[in-house]
Design a protein around this ligand. Structure first.
Ligand code: NCD
Length: 316
């Protein structure tokens, strides 16, 4: 009981900027609540837990799932939303207003802000300017903590454990913020990691060092064949075209990997394929009907995890 209270208190009025804020006890608390949110939605569709609360959703970069799932999460808990998503170009941001001023304005209307921004460190800047909780929905190539939470929650819900798993991450490990956050979060668990990427898109050294410091077993390769037979989780990512300054370099690596039904034949019968989405060719559409293809279930889990987080930071 005390532990649950402690974990709950750890979230009240807190910013969610980086996965380094979490410990296994906090994570367990969020996953338990996310599971309850699933039950709530399946049973009643919605509740009025966050009635009277307002979420400002500020997206300076394209998003489908992250923005929609935050909006859906707030709606299903009875709260309201100020969406500044597709319309950033029509807001004062396009007149040159600073991020701090935009945030300090939005907090006059709302109880919590969700921010996606192309610059690494922007979420922390926003949090420094705000008196209400700021949730990082992706800051450049930096972090995407709520995605990592839903990724981990999905692994737990699908496989029933987070321990002794072999987790392979495939694709753009250099610019992909989801794999950066997920890897950091996994250093809290006893897992074995495989990083599969072209040479130019390897996992950054800083994150490799964190994995090594955490004493996790880790190997790098550029060949899916090296990992497919033993993987419990295959986490596939898109090459992040928008982060390349040299389009020639992008052309060389785009289409480097494609998970096909042929490749899936070599995988364990009880493994899962995850992808933060959007996919642009890394997973063949024919894989979708494979029960191990868990990426759309992962999408739904995003809403439950964000419901749990919104409730937690608002102290409900
Ligand atoms: C990811 C992102 O924005 O970092 N998408 C998402 O949030 N589901 C992954 C990506 O864009 O490749």
């Amino acid at each position: 009981m005390t532990n649950t209270n402690e974990a709950a208190n750890a979230f009240i009025n807190q910013d969610i900027i980086s996965v380094t804020q979490f410990n296994t006890q906090n994570l367990e608390y969020i996953f338990k609540r996310a599971h309850q949110m699933r039950e709530l939605v399946e049973r009643d569709g919605a509740s009025d837990l966050l009635k009277g609360k307002v979420l400002a959703c500020l997206f300076y970069e394209p998003s489908t799932r992250t923005s929609a799932s935050f909006i859906a999460a707030m709606a299903r808990l009875g709260g309201r939303i100020i969406p500044i998503t597709q319309g950033v170009q029509f807001s004062s941001v396009s007149k040159g207003e600073s991020l701090a001023d935009t945030i300090r304005t939005l907090e006059q209307y709302s109880d919590v802000v969700v921010l996606r921004h192309p610059e690494t460190g922007s979420a922390q800047q926003a949090a420094d300017a705000a008196n209400i909780p700021v949730i990082n929905a992706g800051d450049g190539t930096g972090e995407h903590p709520t995605q990592a939470l839903l990724d981990l929650f999905t692994i737990y819900e699908e496989l029933g454990t987070l321990d002794n798993l072999k987790i392979a991450m495939v694709g753009d490990l250099r610019y992909g913020r989801t794999v950066h956050s997920l890897t950091k979060l996994l250093t809290l668990y006893n897992v074995s990691l495989r990083f599969v990427s072209p040479e130019t898109l390897r996992m950054p050294l800083t994150i490799m060092n964190e994995v090594i410091d955490a004493k996790l077993e880790v190997r790098e390769t550029h060949d899916i064949a090296d990992v497919i037979e033993n993987a419990d989780v295959l986490y596939v990512t898109r090459v992040q075209k928008e982060r390349f300054s040299d389009m020639k370099q992008y052309e060389e690596v785009k289409g480097y990997y494609e998970i096909t039904p042929e490749i899936m034949k070599q995988a364990k019968s009880k493994m899962i394929v995850l992808h933060p989405l959007p996919r642009v060719g890394e997973i063949h559409y024919d894989v979708d009907s494979d029960p191990r293809a868990a990426y759309f279930r992962q999408v739904k889990n995003g809403m439950y995890v964000r419901m749990a987080l919104l409730a937690a930071v608002l102290g409900k």
